[in-house]
Design a protein around this ligand. Sequence first.
Ligand code: AMP
Length: 428
Amino acid sequence: MLKAVPGTNDIFAQAREYPFREPVFRYITQTAEEVLRGAGAQMIHTPIFEYLEVLQKGVGLTSDIVVKKEMYVLEDRGGRVLGLRPEPTASIVRAYNEHGMKVWSQPVRLFTWGPIFRAERQQKGRYKQFHQVDYEALGLADPLLDAEAIALMVRIYKTLGLKNLEVKLGSVGDPEDRLRYNEYLRELFRPHAEKLSEDSRVRLEANPMRILDSKSEIDQQIVADLQVKPMLAFLGEASRAFHEKVCYYLERLGISFSVDPSIVRGLDYYVRTAWEVHHAQIGAKSALGGGGRYDGLSEMLGGPRVPGVGFGIGIERVAIALEQEGIAIPPDPSPTLYLAPLDEPAQIEALALAESLRPKVSVEIGYTPKSPRKALEDALKKGACYVGFLGEGERARGVITLKHLESGEQKELEPLQLHSLFEGPDPK
Ligand code: AMP
Protein backbone atom coordinates (compact mmCIF):
# COMPACT_ATOMS: atom_id res chain seq x y z
CA MET A 1 0.00 0.00 0.00
CA LEU A 2 1.40 3.36 -0.98
CA LYS A 3 1.78 5.93 1.78
CA ALA A 4 2.06 9.70 2.15
CA VAL A 5 5.47 11.37 2.16
CA PRO A 6 6.79 11.63 5.76
CA GLY A 7 6.43 15.20 6.95
CA THR A 8 3.15 15.67 5.08
CA ASN A 9 -0.18 15.09 6.78
CA ASP A 10 -3.79 14.30 5.96
CA ILE A 11 -6.14 16.66 7.75
CA PHE A 12 -9.48 15.08 8.62
CA ALA A 13 -11.90 15.00 11.54
CA GLN A 14 -10.79 11.71 13.08
CA ALA A 15 -7.01 12.22 12.65
CA ARG A 16 -5.09 10.65 15.53
CA GLU A 17 -2.91 13.68 16.19
CA TYR A 18 -4.61 16.86 17.34
CA PRO A 19 -2.96 19.33 14.92
CA PHE A 20 -4.31 17.38 11.96
CA ARG A 21 -7.96 17.25 13.05
CA GLU A 22 -9.97 19.17 10.51
CA PRO A 23 -12.31 20.89 13.04
CA VAL A 24 -9.23 22.22 14.90
CA PHE A 25 -7.74 23.39 11.63
CA ARG A 26 -11.01 25.03 10.62
CA TYR A 27 -11.42 26.69 14.03
CA ILE A 28 -8.02 28.35 13.54
CA THR A 29 -8.51 29.45 9.93
CA GLN A 30 -12.08 30.67 10.52
CA THR A 31 -11.11 32.63 13.62
CA ALA A 32 -8.19 34.23 11.79
CA GLU A 33 -10.44 35.02 8.87
CA GLU A 34 -13.05 36.69 11.09
CA VAL A 35 -10.44 38.78 12.88
CA LEU A 36 -8.72 39.88 9.66
CA ARG A 37 -11.90 40.54 7.66
CA GLY A 38 -13.24 42.41 10.68
CA ALA A 39 -10.22 44.68 10.39
CA GLY A 40 -10.89 45.36 6.71
CA ALA A 41 -8.27 43.05 5.17
CA GLN A 42 -9.22 41.28 1.92
CA MET A 43 -8.59 37.66 1.15
CA ILE A 44 -6.26 36.70 -1.71
CA HIS A 45 -5.35 33.27 -3.04
CA THR A 46 -2.13 33.05 -4.99
CA PRO A 47 -0.79 29.92 -6.72
CA ILE A 48 1.18 27.49 -4.58
CA PHE A 49 3.90 27.44 -7.23
CA GLU A 50 5.68 30.34 -8.89
CA TYR A 51 8.74 30.83 -11.08
CA LEU A 52 11.65 29.85 -8.89
CA GLU A 53 13.08 33.33 -9.31
CA VAL A 54 10.14 34.96 -7.51
CA LEU A 55 10.49 32.62 -4.57
CA GLN A 56 14.28 32.74 -4.42
CA LYS A 57 14.37 36.52 -4.59
CA GLY A 58 11.56 36.53 -2.05
CA VAL A 59 13.46 34.62 0.59
CA GLY A 60 16.91 35.89 -0.39
CA LEU A 61 19.83 34.00 -1.81
CA THR A 62 21.57 33.65 1.55
CA SER A 63 18.55 32.37 3.45
CA ASP A 64 18.50 28.85 4.90
CA ILE A 65 15.68 28.06 2.51
CA VAL A 66 17.96 28.63 -0.50
CA VAL A 67 21.34 27.70 1.01
CA LYS A 68 20.07 24.48 2.55
CA LYS A 69 18.01 23.66 -0.51
CA GLU A 70 14.76 23.62 1.44
CA MET A 71 12.77 24.70 -1.60
CA TYR A 72 10.92 22.11 -3.66
CA VAL A 73 11.99 22.81 -7.21
CA LEU A 74 10.24 21.44 -10.29
CA GLU A 75 10.45 21.89 -13.99
CA ASP A 76 7.43 22.28 -16.25
CA ARG A 77 7.18 20.76 -19.71
CA GLY A 78 8.62 23.87 -21.32
CA GLY A 79 11.75 23.55 -19.19
CA ARG A 80 10.84 26.51 -16.97
CA VAL A 81 11.98 26.13 -13.39
CA LEU A 82 9.27 26.50 -10.77
CA GLY A 83 9.19 26.19 -7.00
CA LEU A 84 6.59 25.34 -4.37
CA ARG A 85 6.15 28.37 -2.13
CA PRO A 86 8.23 28.29 1.07
CA GLU A 87 6.31 31.35 2.35
CA PRO A 88 3.51 33.41 0.79
CA THR A 89 4.82 36.97 1.05
CA ALA A 90 6.76 37.00 -2.25
CA SER A 91 3.68 35.74 -4.13
CA ILE A 92 1.46 38.40 -2.58
CA VAL A 93 3.90 41.20 -3.43
CA ARG A 94 4.24 39.76 -6.94
CA ALA A 95 0.44 39.83 -7.26
CA TYR A 96 0.28 43.40 -5.90
CA ASN A 97 2.69 44.54 -8.62
CA GLU A 98 1.19 42.43 -11.38
CA HIS A 99 -2.33 43.76 -10.78
CA GLY A 100 -1.24 47.38 -10.37
CA MET A 101 -2.47 47.64 -6.78
CA LYS A 102 -0.10 50.57 -6.28
CA VAL A 103 -2.75 52.89 -7.76
CA TRP A 104 -5.38 51.73 -5.26
CA SER A 105 -5.87 53.61 -2.03
CA GLN A 106 -2.93 52.64 0.22
CA PRO A 107 -2.28 50.63 2.25
CA VAL A 108 -3.60 47.51 0.53
CA ARG A 109 -4.17 44.90 3.23
CA LEU A 110 -4.40 41.30 2.13
CA PHE A 111 -4.54 37.95 3.87
CA THR A 112 -4.48 34.33 2.87
CA TRP A 113 -4.12 30.88 4.34
CA GLY A 114 -2.91 27.70 2.78
CA PRO A 115 -0.10 25.19 2.42
CA ILE A 116 3.58 26.06 2.59
CA PHE A 117 6.40 23.73 1.55
CA ARG A 118 9.88 23.36 2.99
CA ALA A 119 12.11 20.33 2.58
CA GLU A 120 13.13 20.32 6.24
CA ARG A 121 14.03 17.40 8.42
CA GLN A 122 10.78 16.20 9.93
CA GLN A 123 10.16 16.46 13.68
CA LYS A 124 7.24 17.36 15.92
CA GLY A 125 6.06 20.83 14.96
CA ARG A 126 8.22 20.90 11.82
CA TYR A 127 6.81 19.47 8.62
CA LYS A 128 7.58 19.43 4.92
CA GLN A 129 4.08 20.66 4.12
CA PHE A 130 2.54 22.85 6.77
CA HIS A 131 0.01 25.67 6.71
CA GLN A 132 0.11 29.34 7.48
CA VAL A 133 -2.29 32.20 7.90
CA ASP A 134 -0.59 35.18 6.35
CA TYR A 135 -1.38 38.91 6.50
CA GLU A 136 0.36 41.67 4.53
CA ALA A 137 -0.15 45.46 4.62
CA LEU A 138 1.43 47.02 1.56
CA GLY A 139 2.11 50.50 0.25
CA LEU A 140 2.63 52.63 3.37
CA ALA A 141 5.81 52.81 5.48
CA ASP A 142 4.19 53.87 8.72
CA PRO A 143 4.97 52.24 12.12
CA LEU A 144 1.23 52.36 12.78
CA LEU A 145 0.86 49.44 10.34
CA ASP A 146 3.53 47.43 12.16
CA ALA A 147 1.71 47.96 15.45
CA GLU A 148 -1.62 47.07 13.85
CA ALA A 149 -0.18 43.86 12.35
CA ILE A 150 1.17 42.79 15.75
CA ALA A 151 -2.15 43.69 17.39
CA LEU A 152 -4.12 41.64 14.84
CA MET A 153 -1.81 38.66 15.22
CA VAL A 154 -2.13 38.76 19.02
CA ARG A 155 -5.89 39.15 18.75
CA ILE A 156 -6.12 36.04 16.57
CA TYR A 157 -4.27 34.02 19.23
CA LYS A 158 -6.37 35.49 22.05
CA THR A 159 -9.66 34.97 20.22
CA LEU A 160 -8.66 31.33 19.83
CA GLY A 161 -8.33 31.23 23.62
CA LEU A 162 -4.54 31.05 23.95
CA LYS A 163 -3.04 32.56 27.06
CA ASN A 164 0.65 31.78 27.45
CA LEU A 165 1.85 34.13 24.75
CA GLU A 166 5.08 36.02 24.53
CA VAL A 167 5.55 38.76 21.95
CA LYS A 168 9.22 39.35 21.20
CA LEU A 169 9.94 42.52 19.25
CA GLY A 170 13.19 43.44 17.58
CA SER A 171 14.51 45.54 14.74
CA VAL A 172 16.86 44.46 12.01
CA GLY A 173 17.54 48.08 11.07
CA ASP A 174 17.94 49.62 7.64
CA PRO A 175 20.28 48.09 5.03
CA GLU A 176 23.05 50.58 5.91
CA ASP A 177 22.73 49.70 9.63
CA ARG A 178 23.04 46.06 8.71
CA LEU A 179 26.19 46.68 6.69
CA ARG A 180 27.82 48.20 9.78
CA TYR A 181 26.55 45.41 11.99
CA ASN A 182 27.69 42.66 9.61
CA GLU A 183 31.18 44.19 9.49
CA TYR A 184 31.26 44.18 13.29
CA LEU A 185 30.10 40.54 13.38
CA ARG A 186 32.64 39.41 10.77
CA GLU A 187 35.50 40.93 12.74
CA LEU A 188 34.20 39.40 15.94
CA PHE A 189 33.65 35.88 14.56
CA ARG A 190 36.59 35.55 12.14
CA PRO A 191 39.12 34.55 14.82
CA HIS A 192 36.67 31.77 15.86
CA ALA A 193 35.74 30.62 12.36
CA GLU A 194 37.36 27.20 12.84
CA LYS A 195 35.05 26.36 15.73
CA LEU A 196 31.83 27.48 14.02
CA SER A 197 29.51 24.94 12.40
CA GLU A 198 29.93 24.39 8.69
CA ASP A 199 26.76 26.33 7.91
CA SER A 200 27.91 29.26 10.00
CA ARG A 201 31.32 29.37 8.33
CA VAL A 202 29.44 29.98 5.06
CA ARG A 203 27.22 32.52 6.80
CA LEU A 204 30.26 34.38 8.14
CA GLU A 205 31.01 35.89 4.75
CA ALA A 206 27.57 35.76 3.12
CA ASN A 207 25.35 36.97 5.97
CA PRO A 208 26.91 36.81 9.44
CA MET A 209 23.68 37.86 11.21
CA ARG A 210 22.44 34.36 10.44
CA ILE A 211 25.03 32.97 12.87
CA LEU A 212 23.01 34.56 15.66
CA ASP A 213 19.94 32.43 14.92
CA SER A 214 21.93 29.28 14.15
CA LYS A 215 20.34 26.14 15.56
CA SER A 216 23.77 24.62 16.33
CA GLU A 217 24.56 24.47 20.06
CA ILE A 218 28.26 25.08 19.44
CA ASP A 219 27.43 28.26 17.50
CA GLN A 220 25.07 29.35 20.25
CA GLN A 221 27.83 28.85 22.84
CA ILE A 222 30.27 30.93 20.78
CA VAL A 223 27.64 33.66 20.43
CA ALA A 224 27.12 33.64 24.22
CA ASP A 225 30.87 33.63 25.03
CA LEU A 226 31.61 36.52 22.70
CA GLN A 227 28.94 38.69 24.31
CA VAL A 228 27.85 39.86 20.87
CA LYS A 229 26.29 43.31 20.81
CA PRO A 230 22.72 43.21 19.48
CA MET A 231 21.57 44.67 16.18
CA LEU A 232 19.54 47.16 18.19
CA ALA A 233 22.79 48.83 19.29
CA PHE A 234 23.58 49.54 15.62
CA LEU A 235 20.33 51.16 14.57
CA GLY A 236 20.67 54.46 12.74
CA GLU A 237 18.59 57.49 13.66
CA ALA A 238 15.69 56.74 11.32
CA SER A 239 15.32 53.06 12.14
CA ARG A 240 15.69 53.76 15.87
CA ALA A 241 12.92 56.36 15.76
CA PHE A 242 10.73 53.92 13.83
CA HIS A 243 11.36 51.15 16.37
CA GLU A 244 10.54 53.47 19.26
CA LYS A 245 7.29 54.48 17.57
CA VAL A 246 6.26 50.82 17.22
CA CYS A 247 7.03 50.26 20.92
CA TYR A 248 5.05 53.35 21.91
CA TYR A 249 2.05 52.32 19.79
CA LEU A 250 2.04 48.83 21.27
CA GLU A 251 2.07 50.29 24.76
CA ARG A 252 -0.86 52.53 23.82
CA LEU A 253 -2.70 49.44 22.55
CA GLY A 254 -2.03 47.65 25.83
CA ILE A 255 -0.16 44.79 24.14
CA SER A 256 2.49 43.26 26.34
CA PHE A 257 5.75 42.58 24.58
CA SER A 258 9.43 42.45 25.30
CA VAL A 259 12.15 43.98 23.20
CA ASP A 260 14.30 41.02 22.28
CA PRO A 261 17.55 41.96 20.61
CA SER A 262 18.10 38.37 19.46
CA ILE A 263 15.20 38.42 17.00
CA VAL A 264 16.88 38.02 13.62
CA ARG A 265 14.36 36.95 11.04
CA GLY A 266 15.69 34.24 8.80
CA LEU A 267 14.60 35.90 5.57
CA ASP A 268 16.80 38.40 3.72
CA TYR A 269 14.36 41.12 2.84
CA TYR A 270 13.35 42.19 6.32
CA VAL A 271 14.07 45.75 7.42
CA ARG A 272 13.31 47.48 10.68
CA THR A 273 10.52 45.76 12.60
CA ALA A 274 10.80 42.02 13.20
CA TRP A 275 8.85 40.03 15.74
CA GLU A 276 7.97 36.56 16.87
CA VAL A 277 5.19 35.25 19.04
CA HIS A 278 6.14 32.31 21.23
CA HIS A 279 4.15 29.97 23.41
CA ALA A 280 5.59 29.01 26.77
CA GLN A 281 4.26 25.45 26.72
CA ILE A 282 5.31 24.01 23.39
CA GLY A 283 9.02 23.69 23.98
CA ALA A 284 11.84 24.17 21.52
CA LYS A 285 9.63 24.71 18.50
CA SER A 286 7.83 27.43 20.38
CA ALA A 287 7.33 30.00 17.64
CA LEU A 288 3.63 30.29 16.84
CA GLY A 289 4.35 32.86 14.20
CA GLY A 290 6.54 35.68 13.11
CA GLY A 291 6.42 38.85 11.13
CA GLY A 292 8.28 41.87 9.98
CA ARG A 293 8.74 44.76 7.61
CA TYR A 294 10.13 44.18 4.12
CA ASP A 295 10.34 47.53 2.32
CA GLY A 296 12.85 46.30 -0.28
CA LEU A 297 11.10 43.16 -1.47
CA SER A 298 9.00 44.61 -4.28
CA GLU A 299 12.05 46.15 -5.97
CA MET A 300 13.87 42.83 -5.72
CA LEU A 301 10.99 41.36 -7.71
CA GLY A 302 11.43 44.01 -10.40
CA GLY A 303 8.56 46.19 -9.18
CA PRO A 304 8.37 49.72 -7.81
CA ARG A 305 9.31 50.52 -4.23
CA VAL A 306 6.44 49.19 -2.10
CA PRO A 307 6.88 49.17 1.65
CA GLY A 308 5.20 46.30 3.43
CA VAL A 309 4.73 44.66 6.78
CA GLY A 310 3.10 41.35 7.57
CA PHE A 311 3.08 38.13 9.50
CA GLY A 312 2.77 34.37 9.12
CA ILE A 313 1.06 32.17 11.68
CA GLY A 314 1.93 28.45 11.74
CA ILE A 315 -1.46 26.71 11.88
CA GLU A 316 -0.15 23.33 13.11
CA ARG A 317 1.92 25.03 15.81
CA VAL A 318 -1.13 26.94 17.00
CA ALA A 319 -3.05 23.66 17.13
CA ILE A 320 -0.30 22.15 19.31
CA ALA A 321 -0.55 25.16 21.63
CA LEU A 322 -4.36 24.84 21.81
CA GLU A 323 -3.96 21.19 22.80
CA GLN A 324 -1.38 22.10 25.45
CA GLU A 325 -3.73 24.67 26.97
CA GLY A 326 -6.61 22.20 26.92
CA ILE A 327 -8.82 24.44 24.80
CA ALA A 328 -11.84 22.47 23.59
CA ILE A 329 -12.81 22.95 19.96
CA PRO A 330 -16.54 22.93 19.25
CA PRO A 331 -17.33 19.53 17.67
CA ASP A 332 -18.88 19.31 14.22
CA PRO A 333 -22.66 19.66 14.45
CA SER A 334 -24.59 16.40 14.27
CA PRO A 335 -27.51 16.02 11.83
CA THR A 336 -30.95 17.18 12.89
CA LEU A 337 -32.64 14.34 11.04
CA TYR A 338 -31.48 10.86 10.12
CA LEU A 339 -33.70 9.31 7.43
CA ALA A 340 -33.55 5.52 7.23
CA PRO A 341 -34.89 3.52 4.28
CA LEU A 342 -36.32 0.20 5.47
CA ASP A 343 -36.58 -1.32 2.00
CA GLU A 344 -35.11 -0.89 -1.46
CA PRO A 345 -37.73 1.50 -3.00
CA ALA A 346 -37.36 3.74 0.08
CA GLN A 347 -33.70 4.44 -0.74
CA ILE A 348 -34.46 7.04 -3.41
CA GLU A 349 -37.51 8.28 -1.45
CA ALA A 350 -35.20 8.98 1.50
CA LEU A 351 -32.67 10.79 -0.71
CA ALA A 352 -35.39 12.85 -2.45
CA LEU A 353 -36.94 13.81 0.90
CA ALA A 354 -33.52 14.65 2.36
CA GLU A 355 -32.70 16.87 -0.63
CA SER A 356 -36.02 18.73 -0.31
CA LEU A 357 -35.45 19.35 3.41
CA ARG A 358 -31.73 20.14 3.26
CA PRO A 359 -31.85 23.84 2.57
CA LYS A 360 -33.60 24.24 5.91
CA VAL A 361 -32.18 21.52 8.06
CA SER A 362 -29.20 19.13 8.15
CA VAL A 363 -30.27 15.67 7.02
CA GLU A 364 -28.31 12.45 6.64
CA ILE A 365 -29.69 9.27 5.17
CA GLY A 366 -29.10 5.60 5.93
CA TYR A 367 -28.32 4.57 2.33
CA THR A 368 -28.80 0.80 2.60
CA PRO A 369 -32.13 -0.65 3.82
CA LYS A 370 -32.01 -1.82 7.42
CA SER A 371 -34.25 -2.80 10.31
CA PRO A 372 -35.85 -0.02 12.40
CA ARG A 373 -33.80 -1.19 15.40
CA LYS A 374 -30.51 -0.91 13.50
CA ALA A 375 -31.60 2.46 12.01
CA LEU A 376 -32.30 3.76 15.54
CA GLU A 377 -28.85 2.67 16.69
CA ASP A 378 -27.23 4.43 13.72
CA ALA A 379 -29.23 7.63 14.35
CA LEU A 380 -28.07 7.64 17.99
CA LYS A 381 -24.47 7.11 16.92
CA LYS A 382 -24.74 10.08 14.56
CA GLY A 383 -26.09 12.21 17.40
CA ALA A 384 -29.22 13.06 15.38
CA CYS A 385 -32.18 14.79 16.96
CA TYR A 386 -34.84 12.85 14.98
CA VAL A 387 -34.91 9.57 13.12
CA GLY A 388 -37.36 9.11 10.23
CA PHE A 389 -38.36 5.66 8.95
CA LEU A 390 -39.47 5.02 5.38
CA GLY A 391 -40.80 1.53 4.62
CA GLU A 392 -43.58 -0.35 2.97
CA GLY A 393 -46.23 0.67 5.53
CA GLU A 394 -45.24 4.34 5.37
CA ARG A 395 -45.40 4.20 1.56
CA ALA A 396 -48.90 2.73 1.65
CA ARG A 397 -50.14 5.42 4.07
CA GLY A 398 -48.15 8.29 2.39
CA VAL A 399 -46.37 9.20 5.63
CA ILE A 400 -43.00 9.14 7.39
CA THR A 401 -42.61 7.73 10.88
CA LEU A 402 -40.72 10.30 12.89
CA LYS A 403 -39.20 9.61 16.30
CA HIS A 404 -37.74 12.25 18.58
CA LEU A 405 -34.72 10.52 20.02
CA GLU A 406 -34.52 12.28 23.36
CA SER A 407 -38.20 12.01 24.38
CA GLY A 408 -38.90 8.77 22.48
CA GLU A 409 -42.08 10.39 21.16
CA GLN A 410 -43.10 8.90 17.82
CA LYS A 411 -45.67 10.00 15.24
CA GLU A 412 -46.57 9.62 11.59
CA LEU A 413 -46.29 12.78 9.51
CA GLU A 414 -47.21 13.58 5.92
CA PRO A 415 -44.35 15.18 3.91
CA LEU A 416 -46.00 18.62 4.17
CA GLN A 417 -46.25 18.32 7.95
CA LEU A 418 -42.61 17.27 8.05
CA HIS A 419 -41.65 20.36 6.04
CA SER A 420 -43.58 22.66 8.34
CA LEU A 421 -41.96 21.05 11.41
CA PHE A 422 -38.61 22.25 10.07
CA GLU A 423 -39.95 25.57 8.80
CA GLY A 424 -38.96 27.63 11.83
CA PRO A 425 -35.63 27.67 13.63
CA ASP A 426 -33.75 24.36 13.61
CA PRO A 427 -35.50 22.33 16.37
CA LYS A 428 -32.09 21.03 17.46
P1 AMP B 1 8.71 31.58 9.13
O1 AMP B 1 8.16 31.94 7.79
O2 AMP B 1 9.88 30.63 9.08
O3 AMP B 1 8.93 32.75 10.01
O4 AMP B 1 7.56 30.74 9.83
C1 AMP B 1 6.40 31.33 10.35
C2 AMP B 1 5.72 30.35 11.27
O5 AMP B 1 5.37 29.16 10.54
C3 AMP B 1 6.64 29.83 12.37
O6 AMP B 1 6.60 30.70 13.47
C4 AMP B 1 6.01 28.50 12.68
O7 AMP B 1 4.90 28.66 13.52
C5 AMP B 1 5.55 28.01 11.34
N1 AMP B 1 6.52 27.10 10.70
C6 AMP B 1 7.68 27.41 10.07
N2 AMP B 1 8.28 26.33 9.56
C7 AMP B 1 7.48 25.28 9.86
C8 AMP B 1 7.52 23.86 9.59
N3 AMP B 1 8.50 23.31 8.89
N4 AMP B 1 6.50 23.10 10.06
C9 AMP B 1 5.49 23.65 10.76
N5 AMP B 1 5.38 24.96 11.03
C10 AMP B 1 6.36 25.77 10.60
